[in-house]
Write a protein that binds this ligand. Structure first.
Ligand SMILES: Nc1nc2c(c(=O)[nH]1)N[C@H]1C(S)=C(S)[C@@H](COP(=O)(O)O)O[C@H]1N2
Ligand SMILES: [Mo]
Length: 370
């Protein structure tokens, strides 16, 4: 019997799974790499270490001169902007921590078959560009605008639906002074994989809002119904329910695993004595992390957290002095933000595997000094 399913036009419904990872998941994790956890040492993640999430293919833009940003829909003056036009507008550089909403999906069981992130789909970059509000003002946004859609040049299929990657914001959010159209990352033109020549950056939100390879902005008199807006990126405690749209990042912390690893299992070996544990913590919506605790074998103690200046969207460094005693240990870290929200011990189950901010645990063997 032939299957009625076709992988592109009518794919077999994906099912939640436990246990072994599929070859599709493994292939996706080759295309989309995480930030190595030792990358938490840098205030600004070196561009090649920053995590990547690319749904379809990276669009090939050979010459930035040939590229245009179209601004249309419910605007008084439709625009077609070159990269030079955008660079001629007021410029600002912002340090922003981005995290994929699917970060931690690997640990949500049963899991949704998609990009099987462990903990490290995060990175911090210095993004340079112009505030989106200035471009929208130049186009003359119609007051009747309900949502503004941002479309990338990348196109493909998901669940049989063909679309360009696209997301939307309500006008108040689009006009927020921190939302930017950026052409540079860490002082260099965007790399192809990070959205060359232009992307949106929505600080404080999970990464899906920061549309890469941006070529169209459209002011709409109705809610945007693109797949990436309505078909996914919702918290759903029951598969198939409407759910809650995903916006800002949940509070989270990560540590640089101490000592040295083994190649395959990634377990750690540390020598007895003082060990400085270090890491980063962040939260969404421009909030601040107020507390980080380190758990050694289940006993939690406060770490020292870098204070942050108001209006900052970058992660905060933390450290903790550990007296490592010989034996087997489990080390964990846990952040709490200014709202009192803290990281759960175990993931809250989500149908799409989104928003897993449960605590990271690292197994460490401590030996006597040689
Ligand atoms: N056009 C386009 N924009 C996109 C995506 C994409 O696949 N296509 N992925 C989104 C998701 S889910 C994330 S987490 C971030 C990742 O940005 P990065 O690869 O620069 O880290 O880009 C977002 N913007
Ligand atoms: Mo993402």
């Amino acid at each position: 019997m032939t299957s009625p399913h076709h992988p592109i036009l009518n794919p077999a419904p994906r099912q939640h799974a436990e246990g072994l990872f599929t070859s599709e998941e493994v292939a996706l994790s080759g295309r989309n790499h995480a930030m190595q956890l030792e990358g938490l040492r840098y205030d600004v993640t070196p561009a090649g270490m920053h995590y990547l999430l690319i749904h379809f293919d990276i669009p090939y833009v050979a010459r930035a001169e040939d590229w245009r940003l179209a601004v249309g829909g419910r605007v008084a003056r439709p625009l077609s902007l070159s990269l030079a036009d955008i660079k001629a507008m007021p410029q600002r550089t912002m340090r922003v921590t981005l995290e994929c909403a699917g970060n931690g999906r690997k640990g949500v069981s049963p899991r949704w078959p998609s990009m099987p992130w462990a903990h490290e789909a995060v990175g911090t970059a210095e993004w340079t560009g112009t505030p989106l509000a200035g471009v929208l003002a130049a186009a003359g946004l119609d007051p009747a605008t309900v949502e503004i859609a941002f479309l990338g040049a990348d196109r493909g299929f998901d669940k049989g639906l063909e679309h360009n990657y696209g997301r939307s914001l309500v006008p108040a959010m689009a006009m927020n002074e921190n939302v930017m159209l950026v052409h540079a990352m860490n002082g260099a033109p965007l790399l192809p994989q990070h959205g060359f020549p232009l992307r949106l950056v929505v600080p404080g939100w999970y990464g899906m809002a920061s549309v890469k390879w941006l070529d169209t902005i459209e002011a709409l008199d109705r809610p945007f119904d693109g797949y990436q807006q309505v078909g996914t990126y919702h918290y759903r405690s029951t598969p198939g329910e409407k759910g809650v749209p995903i916006t800002t990042m949940r509070v989270k912390s990560l540590m640089v695993p101490p000592g040295v690893p083994c190649w395959y299992e990634r377990q750690r070996l540390v020598e007895r004595g003082p060990v400085r544990l270090t890491g980063r913590a962040w939260t969404g919506g421009g909030g601040a992390v107020e507390k980080v605790e380190v758990g050694i074998d289940g006993v939690w103690r406060p770490a020292t957290v870098e204070r942050r200046s108001a209006g900052s969207f970058a992660w905060q460094a933390w450290h903790y002095e550990w007296q490592a005693e010989p034996g087997e240990h489990e080390i964990a870290c846990r952040a709490t933000d200014q709202t009192g929200a803290t990281q759960p011990d175990a993931p809250t189950w989500d149908a799409g595997g989104f928003g897993n901010n449960s605590v990271q645990r690292v197994r460490v063997t401590v030996r006597e000094r040689l």
